[in-house]
Design a protein around this ligand. Structure first.
Ligand code: 4AD
Ligand code: MG
Length: 501
């Protein structure tokens, strides 16, 4: 048997006989009936198998099918509001393609580490399936925005002879005996391309040897980078603002239900409208050291401690029930809930442990230093729409950023902080277009000038003001889907100590 349609298309086949090919998501036998929930990559569908003469050959096999067995089923499509997806299949025939005994990822809760070791199977879980679908749409939304706004896609190399961002995070590769590096950014190459096309972008994997394990850092991530000739800092920020509004709008349009299913607070995303906030680095520093930041963290501490006390009480009760509840299923349910509560508790305790440190960092923020992850979180949480923080001290930013002509201590850059504490998702700047100034910065940074001769050429022949930015795809997926940790946003996350499978 071969599939004649997909679950997502059942609506066009009401009352007709169709064939679906998929995998068993759940199997619930009940007397003379078997309820199989099938998934086929387009949705879920309940298939009902009734024991009668005609079903004699497959009914008993269907009853024994385990989670993730692959099957092809034929049946009649019935609309049924109570059924998952709104349609049900009355089965009239079935082929078992391959069984699946002891599938490791059961409906029981599993630890995060276990799930990532089984990433190749974990994909099949409904939540992971949804996240990958959302990522897919986001990639399309990103490309569409640039394609529809006069940008040409120019691919940049992954083997790079020199650093594009900080030299501390380079991955070295042996290139026929010479060291080269995995690209940290395509920007420098794009700057060359924008002098040909005016508006360009690249979208590809980038690599950073981040030696810390945080919820925001991967060692391999995808970044989209536009670059615009004859653009000032403000004009680049305008593009970033339109871009972010357009991708959020598209995600809400195509995936409202999916976002809700993932537990995302849609109202927060609906607020992502122009104008975003624009503040200078110095104002951000004032905010961090001021009373609002302090009050925010104090309230946090109080709320989290209240929740901790609640959870501790719940855990004792659940553990008691898991021992003494009258029915086995009640014991199992209590045990499951206890696991979830313990996970939340340990996460909260870690957060509470960090709050005093974050308070101290914010209160003693030194002008001249870079904003840390916790500082970004605070600024982001003090605003209801994204915030562009501009004009950082040159010392904490990359060599290519344009000096502020009024205050050469500063650069014309911006970071866009997403809402709800998600922090930086975009980094960008105007680029230094002046030959002498750029050369000085290259020397100051101790970068080998010979490696950057081609880049200096751009300032020798028809140099123009220009600028651009980079948006991290995974951080944006985390933000839009409301996922606290970046590792679930990419098919195969790469972090320090994590490269399997
Ligand atoms: O701020 P970054 O380092 O900027 C650049 O690379 C510029 N060359 C971009 C440009 O102007 N064309 O990185 C840009 C974005 C960050 O805001 C963040 O979203 C993401 O890339 N990013 C990471 N995402 C995941 N893991 C990491 N280790 C990341 N490092 C940066
Ligand atoms: Mg940055």
């Amino acid at each position: 048997m071969k599939a004649s349609t997909t679950i997502s298309n059942l609506k066009h086949h009401e009352g007709k006989e169709v064939t679906l090919a998929g995998w068993v998501y759940k199997n619930r036998p009940s007397g003379k009936l078997v309820f199989l929930v099938l998934r086929d990559g387009t949705g879920l569908c309940q298939c009902v198998i009734e024991k009668n003469d005609a079903s004699a050959d497959y009914f008993d096999n269907a009853k024994r099918l385990s989670q993730e067995a692959s099957v092809v089923v034929r049946g009649t499509v019935n609309a049924d509001e109570r059924s998952v997806g709104g349609y049900e299949l009355r089965v009239t025939g079935m082929d078992i393609v391959h069984d699946s005994t002891d599938y490791p990822i059961t409906p029981k809760p599993h630890g995060v580490e276990f799930l990532f070791k089984h990433r190749h199977l974990w994909f099949r879980s409904q939540r992971q399936f949804l996240i990958m679908r959302l990522r897919h749409t986001l990639i399309d939304a990103i490309r569409s925005f640039f394609n529809n706004n006069g940008f040409t896609c120019v691919d940049t190399p992954i083997f790079a002879p020199s650093a594009g961002e900080g030299a501390q995070t380079l991955f070295e590769v042996d290139y026929f005996g010479d060291p080269v590096y995995l690209a940290q950014t395509g920007q420098l190459y794009l700057e060359a391309a924008c002098m040909s096309h005016g508006r360009v972008y690249c979208f590809g994997p980038t690599f950073r040897a981040e030696k810390s394990k945080t919820r925001r850092h991967l060692t391999e991530f995808w970044m989209v980078e536009p670059e615009i000739a004859y653009a000032s800092l403000d004009e680049v920020i305008d593009v970033a603002e339109d871009f972010v509004c357009s991708i959020v709008e598209r995600m809400l349009k195509d995936h409202r239900e999916d976002l809700i299913e993932l537990g995302r607070d849609i109202t927060e995303l609906e607020k992502i409208k122009k104008p975003f906030y624009r503040i200078r680095y110095h104002e951000a520093a004032e905010l961090l050291r001021g009373p609002k930041a302090k009050a925010l963290l104090e309230r946090d501490l109080e709320e989290k401690n209240t929740r901790i006390a609640e959870l501790e009480k719940q855990i004792v009760e659940l553990e008691e029930q898991s021992q003494s509840a009258p029915k086995q299923w009640q014991k199992d349910k209590a045990a499951q809930e206890a696991i979830a509560a313990r996970e939340e508790l340990s996460e909260l305790k870690e957060q509470v442990g960090n709050i005093p440190h974050h308070m101290e960092l914010a209160a003693n923020f030194q002008i001249g230093s870079d904003l840390g992850g916790s500082d970004e979180t605070i600024i982001s949480r003090l605003h209801d729409r994204p915030v562009f923080v501009t004009h950082y001290p040159a010392g904490v930013k990359a060599f290519y950023m344009r000096r502020d002509r009024e205050n050469p201590e500063l650069v014309e850059n911006f970071d866009m902080l997403a809402t709800e504490g998600f922090g930086e998702v975009i980094g960008g700047s105007a680029r230094e277009e002046d030959y002498e100034r750029l050369l000085e910065r290259i020397k100051e940074e101790g970068l080998p000038q010979a490696d950057y001769e081609w880049y200096l050429d751009l300032r020798r022949y028809g140099s123009v003001p220009h600028g651009g930015f980079g948006l991290g795809l995974e951080r944006t997926v985390s933000w839009i889907c409301g996922l606290r940790h970046i590792r679930e946003t990419i098919p195969y996350p790469r972090m320090m100590g994590a490269v399997y499978p």
